[in-house]
Design a protein. Structure first.
Length: 217
């Protein structure tokens, strides 16, 4: 009698290779985060993430920086350019780098970034945000307060087109109730929002053939 294979068959070789690749990328991201943290903090900025994407023998390293959570506004391009220069030097001097070519990008998150951590919410106090709840309808409103447990906002009540927006009573939401949050761009308040903050613009360095022959942009 023929035996049919069950669902507990071992993963395909390609799946194991992808898992091993993903683990290597994650480990390299953690290592570079520790390496670049002092450089970014030396400019008074917060290191949000180090993201690595590989394509063949080349890789793109995207370093995302932000202002500390007690500051408002966005990271201007001049400061990002300065950070990109010093991050490039730090990576070129990395004693544990394996010499693969890389392209360096240094950018700010931009308002399109999901609000997934308490510090993200604190950085956007006073702005209009949209909150997707785990249960119940989505809520859009002005972010008033943020603490370790959740947020407090003034909801914007939907009205007919052409009518003046109405606001409801302040609402408190726990982080455990929130699926996702995003900042809503208000075109009547563009003077408070830098263009690079909207799009998360940044600086891209030239691809380097090796870590010791870098040319600065």
């Amino acid at each position: 009698m023929a035996v049919r294979p069950g669902n507990d068959s071992p993963p395909a070789a390609s799946t194991l290779q992808q898992q091993a690749h993903d683990a290597d990328v994650e480990a390299e991201s953690v290592r570079l985060t520790a390496l670049l943290l002092p450089t970014v903090e030396g400019h008074g900025l917060f290191l949000e993430a180090v993201e690595i994407k590989s394509a063949g023998s080349e890789r793109t390293v995207n370093v995302v920086v932000d202002l500390p959570e007690d500051q408002t506004g966005s990271v201007n391009l001049d400061l990002i350019s300065d950070v990109a220069h010093d991050v490039s030097l730090a990576m070129d001097a990395d004693p544990h780098d394996h010499g693969r070519p890389y392209s360096l990008e240094v950018s700010s998150p931009g308002v399109s970034r999901p609000l997934s951590q308490p510090r993200h919410w604190r950085r956007n106090k006073g702005r209009m945000v949209m909150v997707r709840r785990l249960k119940g309808d989505d809520v859009t409103g002005r972010l008033l307060e943020v603490n370790d447990d959740g947020i407090r906002l003034t909801p914007q009540i939907p009205v007919k087109k052409g009518m003046k927006p109405k606001t409801g009573d302040p609402l408190t939401l726990l982080f455990t109730e929130i699926r996702k949050g995003t900042v809503q761009v208000e075109f009547t308040h563009l003077d408070d929002t830098h263009l690079d903050d909207i799009g998360g613009e940044g600086i891209q360095e030239d691809t380097r053939p090796t870590k010791n022959t870098a040319s600065e942009a």
